[in-house]
Design a protein around this ligand. Structure first.
Ligand code: SAM
Length: 288
């Protein structure tokens, strides 16, 4: 019953929408959007354009990060009264770096049935064509901007063996790539998927060091999804200069040579004594 394209009274539907190419809307998504009583949309004007294109005239209500708390009880009440609701975000899968999660939790608590529809999603679309291992991966959404939280995540990535997927805006790409280097080293493989499903879809593949050089002269445009290879001790080769650059950054952040060496040795899978030796060379050089 729940697998039909006809909405059932009192059900919440999670409906993915295209991430660029409008032809990627599924037949089932169209059926549900057409037959629900209400569409809860992240941006009603944005979704309005999709609905118009698909000739769907279902009523919309806004549901975004700034009105979530107010809207959830309203939507639960409507669902309990027997209305069917489709949740959509601006693009892709609702609940993935988009509003949705809290409504799902509230519906589970209220024993309201939830039907997720499969469909477009930038992270998985980028992963499967990246050429990096897709059997085990982690998804991190957008990197936090708070330096401390970000630092902790990057430290964890240094030793993360699974493929890493995250979202980034084009104007922050170069800064983010630069921040990755001290943790992951310049030889880590990276794939930057741009404008997926759109006219200028592109996959850039190479090392982190090459990516910095490339995007310095070719500023990225459009939407980006980034895929990083997981850490693999066998394939990472750091020159003493790479290690010193990473050490220098940490010393400038106020870490002692011993703390900086401990952190880096762990991240780069190197001997702590070797890294500490390089740290002492740096300290001696700067005091001469
Ligand atoms: N819910 C969406 C999904 O399932 O993919 C993600 C929403 S998140 C707010 C938007 C981010 O996803 C963009 O900033 C970009 O990093 C990534 N993204 C969305 N569409 C994309 C596309 N066509 N190509 C590459 N990345 C895309």
């Amino acid at each position: 019953m729940g697998n039909s394209s006809q909405a059932i009274p009192g059900y919440l539907y999670l409906v993915p929408t295209p991430i660029g190419n409008l032809a990627d809307i599924t037949t089932r998504a169209l059926g549900i959007l057409q037959t629900v009583d209400l569409i809860a949309a992240e941006d009603t004007r944005h979704t309005g354009r999709l609905l118009q294109h698909c000739q769907i005239s279902t009523r919309q209500i806004s549901f975004h990060q700034h009105n979530t708390q107010q809207r959830i009880p309203e939507l639960i009440e409507l669902l309990q009264a027997g209305q069917s609701i489709a949740l959509v975000s601006d693009a892709g899968m609702p609940g993935i770096s988009d509003p949705g999660y809290e409504l799902v939790v509230a519906c589970i608590d209220a024993q309201i049935p939830i039907i997720p529809l499969p469909g477009p999603n930038a992270a998985l679309t980028a992963l499967v064509a990246s050429g990096l291992p897709s059997n085990r991966f982690i998804f991190e959404g957008f990197l936090p901007t708070k330096p401390k939280v970000r630092h902790e995540i990057l430290q964890a990535w240094a030793r993360e063996p699974r493929t890493i997927i995250f979202y980034e805006s084009p104007h922050r790409l170069r800064e983010t790539l630069t921040a990755l280097i001290p943790h992951l080293g310049p030889t880590r493989q990276i794939v930057i998927a741009r404008e997926l499903t759109k006219l200028y879809e592109e996959f850039w593949r190479g090392t982190l060091g090459d990516a910095i050089r490339h995007f310095q002269t070719h500023p990225p445009k459009g939407e980006l999804t980034i895929i990083l290879a997981g850490s693999s001790p066998q394939t990472e080769h750091y020159s003493p200069e790479d290690i010193k650059t990473a050490l220098q950054q940490r010393l400038q952040q106020g870490l002692s040579p011993s703390q900086a060496s401990r952190e880096l040795a762990l991240e780069m899978h190197l001997s702590r004594r070797y890294v500490y030796g390089l740290a002492l060379e740096l300290v001696q050089k700067s005091s001469n």
